[in-house]
Design a protein. Sequence first.
Length: 270
Amino acid sequence: MSLTAKQLKRHNRHLTIDSIGKEGQTIFGDATILIAGLGGLGCPAASYLCGAGIGSITLCDSDKVEISNLPRQTLFKEEDFGQSKVVVAKRVLNLMNTDTKITIFNKELDDKLLNNFYTVILDCTDNIRARLKLNSHCYEKKIPLVSASATAWEGQLIGFDYRHKRKLCMSCFTNQEHYHVSNSCTQRGVVNSVVGMMGTLQATTVLRLLLGHFDQHGEMIRYDGKTGRFITLTKKPDPTCFVCSEPTNQSKETFINNTNVRNPENDTFL
């Protein structure tokens, strides 16, 4: 696509950055992004990606707006109580940027939705089964995946560029024992600005992936909001991983089916 006169004015602050410019902004406009989950992560990610001029954003979430969502989920207001999150989000994002096409799915993540084309997928989900499903799909289809979570004062972010890297994936960081231990913000709470920052970092990581500035495949960034410190953790690929070690399809399906545990909102994956 070529940039219109309105877009040239709108995205002037991007265009003046040498590493973005018109070419980079055009790449943003050609991108199709899936955001799975519209909680404390998905709301800021969707807002900033829409504002950045992403051409098409698909939103997937089956929940309705509740009063406890408001401190973190910045696309919603009190008047939205009881309404579908994706319906409200589409209305808000359409007002923000009419050039971004917003597609919504008011349902749980499923294979039909994933079979659509996406340039990058964001994992902003609230359960491990969905997280594993996204990871397996992205690995198979060679789609970059950006995942984050937050509880209490702590947040973490990790990205995988499966277009170029075929070893080390989300499943290497997890095991079945962890799936049966709830570590969610419902039990531990979460600082609204911490989860919001992690969602914003997800959006930034998407832009970096689109522009070819991402070289942190499988590096986990952890943030301690209480001390204000970041650390980066690295890990070797798990030789027994059910995704990137190429197990049998039957073994992989058994593994995923045995992790049907819902942990409310953005539980950590370590």
